[in-house]
Design a protein around this ligand. Structure first.
Ligand code: ATP
Length: 454
């Protein structure tokens, strides 16, 4: 497992993730995925969609708009209470989250989620918790800081209306509950999933892509009868964990973390945490939300959210089990998990990203051993690129080229040599074992397909 600095460097140098607006000295906490990173993240999103939509029998995907009627955010409670408790250091003017200060000071022994703002202020004063930036203990009081970004909509100044960039994708699934249920003739229990951007004006963003102001979420809402809801809550806890294990995570690096404090409407909630190089942190959440979301939308929109069970004739508002995971936070965890500095027998060290082949950015690198093999090389490239993301490299020694592919986690390297011209065979080198085998070009597509199965 790599540390953050090494992963940030590798990301920039090997095309995974670049600092946002780089040539203008960046914009804090914004990041751009490069050619390699975008493949990795897309593959992760595809793997998630496969498990939670394609193979899920009764789940449906949507892609809702980022902008929503502002009443949605009144109904969801975000306008009133989607906020963090912030304190400013009067001395160096930096802004901090009171809950984080307490958590860090107590080394996780005190849970600030269980405290009111007054209790947090008292704790910070009594324990002389000072500003981590300048060391002074001169705080403003705690104020709740709303995390939603707002903008205005309208062609003239007078007609401007306040609208928000969504802080989560979930509301798109709730407001489309009836549309999906009717158009797909779906019967409860069923699920609605989507992957999309969300925006939060975080008080303390940072740790590379772990906490950013713009990020992507993969969310799945399971609508079910209250009587069965706890069963499904447990099921989704397991499904969420199984998904991570299927991507190749070591189970020792993952753990469930039950919430100590529940929202007033919630019946149960837990996170799955990953052991990032910065310690155990939330990777995803599974929340039993009762019938709160649909009931609130019924109340605020005036549209009935009642579901009529065709078998029992019972009319009810379904409960929701929400499963939510950040695509960027997961991509970062996948990178941390895959990173290895491996000591080789010859005393050298190679950096290798052991991605599950299904999510590796490129499946195959095609490497001609001599420059004048380009015609054959292009033939193999064209053949494989119809099926998989492949890359090509003819610069430098073969050893250096292998190292470059190891660093971006390419599971197979195919070398073309003079024998290839004679007998149409190539050498395939495995990223993890570094073993090489000789196979026919005609068998390559089947061979690679088998290796990258998910
Ligand atoms: P945290 O406690 O880390 O702020 P949260 O409990 O607010 O997260 P949720 O609202 O449950 O998070 O969002 C679901 C998921 O979205 C999180 O588990 C995380 O993977 C991702 N996520 C949330 N906020 C951010 C962010 N600012 N940057 C990147 N990913 C995020």
């Amino acid at each position: 497992m790599g540390n953050f600095d090494k992963i940030v460097n590798l990301s920039k140098n090997r095309g995974f993730i670049f600092p946002g607006s780089d040539i203008y000295d960046g914009l804090a906490n914004t990041w751009d995925y490069g050619p390699v990173g975008v493949e990795l993240k897309n593959n992760i999103k595809r793997a998630w969609w496969k498990k939670f939509v394609q193979e899920a029998h009764n789940s449906f995907g949507i892609d809702a708009d980022i902008f929503m009627n502002s009443r949605v955010w009144d109904a969801s409670g975000h306008t009133a209470s989607f906020s963090d408790p912030k304190m400013d250091c009067k001395s160096c003017k930096t802004r901090h989250r009171a809950d984080n200060l307490i958590e860090e000071h107590s080394k996780g022994k005190v849970n600030p989620d269980l405290m009111t703002n007054e209790e947090m202020e008292k704790y910070i004063n009594e324990h002389h918790i000072c500003c981590p930036k300048c060391g002074k203990c001169d705080w403003t009081g705690i104020r709740n800081f709303n995390l939603m970004f707002s903008t205005s909509r309208g062609v003239t100044d007078e007609s401007q209306n306040l609208i928000y960039l969504r802080p989560e994708t979930a509301q798109g699934e709730f407001v489309n509950f009836l549309n999906v249920q009717r158009s797909m003739r779906a019967k409860v229990p069923f699920g609605i999933a989507q992957i999309g951007k969300a925006f939060r004006n975080e008080v303390t963003p940072g740790n590379f892509t772990f906490r950013t102001i713009e990020f992507e979420q993969m969310e799945h809402q399971w609508f079910c009868h209250a009587d069965e809801s706890m069963k499904y809550y447990e099921e989704y806890k397991k499904k969420a964990m199984d998904f991570l294990l299927s991507l190749g995570f070591n189970k020792e690096h993952l753990r469930y973390h039950d919430h100590d404090k529940l929202a007033h409407y919630a019946k149960a909630a837990c996170d799955i945490q990953y052991l990032y190089p910065i310690g155990w942190e939330e990777l995803n959440g599974i929340h039993h939300r009762g019938d709160w979301d649909l009931s609130r939308h019924q109340e605020f929109s005036g549209k009935s959210m009642l579901y009529l069970d065709p078998y029992t004739n019972e009319k009810y508002i379904p409960n929701v089990i929400e499963y939510s995971i950040g695509a960027d936070r997961l991509t970062l965890a996948v990178m941390c998990e895959a990173y290895e500095e491996e000591k080789l027998d010859n005393g050298e060290t190679r950096v290798v990203m052991h991605f599950h082949p299904a999510i590796a950015p490129y499946k195959v690198a095609i490497l001609p051993l001599q420059k004048n093999l380009s015609e054959k090389t292009m033939e193999v490239y064209s053949k494989l690129s119809k099926h998989f993301m492949v890359t090509y490299d003819e610069a430098g020694s073969i050893g250096k080229r292998y190292r470059r592919q190891d660093e971006i986690g390419t599971p197979m390297c195919v070398t073309i040599d003079f024998d290839t011209l004679e007998d149409n065979t190539v050498t395939v080198r495995d990223r993890d074992t570094m073993q090489q085998i000789r196979i026919k070009i005609d068998d390559l597509v089947d061979y690679v397909s088998e290796k990258i199965k998910y």
